[in-house]
Design a protein around this ligand. Structure first.
Ligand SMILES: Cc1ncc(COP(=O)(O)O)c(C=O)c1O
Length: 369
């Protein structure tokens, strides 16, 4: 059996969630579990959060109808599930039959819904584009369009939201502009006495740093999984990484000085040294850009990775240390005194922790601890 695995700490997940809960006080939380809970395993993550009884999430958020159907069919939760993707009209029955809430994101969708004949009430959330420039109804004309939509009495607007482009940046100027634009849409709909349901906008960056954005619910993604969205947010919520990546010593070899290691001979041993290999590579999500830059922990000691990262295997130079085949190799995670986090990889790869955890491929079994 493959010993390389991603260990998912459900107690760290709960720790992060309860710290987010403390930060937002009594505000309902939508737990973002799209992309298989950012690589952590959607069903297991939801099952763990559901155990939190009266503190548990009020909503779950996914990117795709397929993800929502998987969650609904697992019967793990009875909570509302919100799909962030634009509504496709051939999927309406799936949304209704499975009690899944779609998002309306454009004038096109609104125009089509106005003519649609529903047999049952159709609950929707509406995404307002206040500056994200991705999906959502442009804020300038949103209130009029939504007023128009409310003429179809079978469509029930049960939520109105926006998404921040820069809440994870130190400079909150643009996030505040988005907030003003969103508030204007909300206020003008309230003036028109249009029912808009739950109002929400805060992603992790905003949960951490912009309490004015909480409205009626917050949407927590990366913070649930133990990472700050960037190096620029405050750390007003204490978080612990949920995912560790564990492998094992597969081979131990002693090489003389000057021996090239791996494809392209990008590393040459500096002295006679012991080189170990671990069965994990870029097919598992160890990005090739980490070549000669990352570390591992074996027996509470850190060792440098050497030679090009290959598809299924990476090497570490352990010098004069002796380790045994089968010994535990921590690729991401912590020992008694050492720690390696996805944030370190982000600094090397110029990326964000989302990409690291989502990138740990399906080939790596998840073990829940
Ligand atoms: C609409 C929406 N809300 C909330 C989130 C969660 O964001 P974060 O992971 O930064 O908390 C996402 C993730 O990208 C999203 O697309």
């Amino acid at each position: 059996m493959r010993l390389t695995r991603a260990e998912i700490s459900l107690s760290n997940l709960k720790y992060n969630y309860l710290n987010i809960r403390k930060k937002v006080s009594k505000k309902p939380i939508l737990a973002v579990v799209k992309a298989d809970a950012y690589g952590h395993g959607m069903i297991n993550v939801v099952a763990a959060l559901e155990k939190l009884d009266d503190k548990k999430p009020s909503y779950y958020g996914v990117a795709l109808l397929e993800e929502a159907l998987e969650l609904r069919k697992s019967k793990t939760t009875k909570c509302p599930i919100l799909v962030f993707a634009p509504l496709k009209f051939d999927e309406i029955e799936d949304y209704i039959n499975n009690k899944i809430t779609p998002t309306l994101t454009s004038q096109y969708e609104i125009n089509k819904l106005l003519k649609y004949e529903f047999k049952k009430k159709f609950k929707v959330h509406i995404n307002i584009d206040t500056g994200m420039g991705r999906v959502g109804i442009p804020f300038q004309n949103a209130a009029n369009l939504i007023a128009e939509l409310s003429k179809n009495r079978m469509v029930q607007i049960s939520g109105l939201y926006t998404h921040f482009a820069t809440s994870d940046e130190k400079d909150k100027k643009f996030a505040n502009i988005q907030l003003v634009r969103f508030n204007n849409v909300v206020n003008s709909l309230k003036e028109k006495k249009i029912e808009i349901g739950i109002i929400h906008s805060a992603n992790s960056g905003a949960i951490i740093d912009i309490p004015e954005s909480y409205f009626d619910m917050v949407r927590a993604g990366i913070s649930l999984y133990g990472y700050y969205p960037s190096n620029e947010t405050s750390e007003s919520i204490k978080l612990k990484p949920v995912m560790s990546l564990i492998s094992e010593v597969a081979t131990v070899k002693t090489f003389p000085k000057g021996t090239p290691i791996s494809y392209g001979r990008r590393y040459k041993t500096k002295n006679e040294t012991n080189i170990i290999s671990a069965p994990i590579g870029y097919a598992d999500g160890i990005r090739r850009g980490l070549t000669n830059k990352m570390f591992c922990i074996i027996g509470n000691k850190k060792y440098p990775q050497v030679g090009t990262v290959t598809m299924d295997r990476i090497m570490f130079d352990i010098g004069k240390s002796t380790v045994k085949v089968g010994e535990k190799v921590i690729i991401l995670g912590k020992s008694k005194n050492e720690i390696i986090t996805a944030t370190e990889w982000c600094n090397i790869l110029k990326t964000i922790p989302y990409e690291i955890t989502c990138g740990i491929s399906k080939r790596v079994p998840r073990k829940y601890i």
